[in-house]
Design a protein around this ligand. Structure first.
Ligand code: PMP
Length: 357
């Protein structure tokens, strides 16, 4: 007895953690800073951390009321109905729900390459196939409607990551609308705004309100600092209201996640400080790193260092863990997450020394 044929499936390669790296190198975890997974440089919202502690005695309950409270709060914030908010176990979980709701076996999704690998992984889990559109370094990873529409061939779902991981680029709202307009009526355009808080561009939620073929993905993992709790959601067209009950994994957004999410959502100061610091950090890095970088609207910066694996390893030796983008198909680039002021300056100093060697 064996699993089904998984030869088309690939492993998810996450950024490396401090404990893992310290153990491997036989060093003290205290020596390291992790700028590899686009996490929040300040940790979670203190209000969320407090709620998590205070809720410990209640985790024997299933999350029902708390799920509804968070859904209602998000619906009010985005100006949509509660049925249009699909809470999930991270943005990843929301991608699964979208595929459960759209894909028949053999249907295709169109994804950017390089790009976030879970779009394709999830589509394959749901018996879908994957087609790609290229974003390339030659033109600074420009994201345009032409690029997507040239590659489009009737896929059931089209992914637009805006801001894009790992390049940091973004689509204009006009281009998103044009893509929705020029693709088939049965094609869902998913605008992944996992890094949406870090850009000053408007969310595509306006299109979700006006159309029946656009969905937006958001997460609590980045600006809200709750990556470890796993909480994200999709905002879906009004016409999809009754599908959630049929596709969601019961209670996948946990009790603690829902409670902490609500507290984090109300903690404007934490998000503002995070976003301001990320903007400062990416500008500082772009200005001071002695290598070409790409304009970023996220909480990270893509840097062309020549040999990503060698540079990432040398940085790790120096205690700064960055993302080697070889796994994205960019063997010449590293991605550095925006840190605190001290972390950012340390990363730049170490990187410039490595580049000079
Ligand atoms: N979209 C993009 C572009 C991402 O980079 C990530 C996480 N790295 C996600 C979605 C999903 O994040 P999460 O599951 O933590 O919400």
């Amino acid at each position: 007895m064996r699993p089904r044929d998984l030869s088309d499936h690939v492993e998810y390669r996450a950024g490396r953690g401090i404990e893992e790296v310290a153990r491997e190198l036989g060093r003290d975890p205290e020596e390291f800073v992790k700028l590899a997974s686009n996490e929040n440089m300040f940790g979670p919202s203190p209000a969320a951390a407090e709620v998590i502690e205070a809720s410990a005695e209640e985790v024997h309950h299933y999350p029902t009321a708390d799920h509804q409270d968070l859904t209602d709060a998000l619906a009010a914030d985005w100006g949509v109905t509660a049925e249009q908010v699909w809470l999930a176990n991270g943005g990843d979980g929301a991608l699964d729900y979208l595929h459960r709701a759209t894909l028949e076996p053999g249907d295709e999704v169109l994804v950017p390459t390089p790009g976030f690998s879970y779009y394709g992984m999830s589509a394959r889990f749901h018996h879908g196939d994957v087609a790609e559109y290229e974003v390339t370094a030659d033109d600074g990873f420009e994201l345009t409607a032409e690029r997507v529409l040239d590659a489009y061939d009737g896929e059931r779902v089209v992914y637009l990551t805006s801001p894009h991981n790992p390049s940091g680029g973004r689509f204009t709202l006009d281009d998103v609308e044009r893509i929705a307009e020029e693709t088939d009526a049965e094609t869902l355009v998913v605008v992944d705004e996992a890094y949406g808080e870090f850009t000053d561009a408007p969310s595509a939620v306006d299109l979700v309100r006006d159309r029946d073929d656009v969905a937006v993905l958001r997460t609590f993992s980045k600006a809200y600092g709750l990556a470890g709790l796993r909480l994200g959601y999709a905002l879906v067209p009004e016409e999809w209201a009754d599908a959630y009950a049929r596709v969601n994994t019961p209670f996948a957004a946990s009790f603690l996640a829902c409670r902490a999410g609500l507290a984090a959502l109300e903690d404007d100061a934490h998000v503002e400080q995070t976003v301001e610091t990320a903007r400062w950090s990416r500008e500082y890095m772009a200005e001071h790193i002695d290598a070409p970088t790409y304009e970023s609207h996220g909480n990270f910066l893509l840097v062309d260092v020549g040999d990503a694996t060698a540079v990432a390893e040398a940085m790790q030796e120096r205690g700064v863990i960055v993302r080697d983008c070889s796994s994205f198909g960019l063997p010449e680039c590293i991605r550095v997450t925006c840190g605190t002021e001290a972390e950012t300056k340390r990363a730049v100093r170490e990187l410039n020394e490595v580049l000079a060697e």
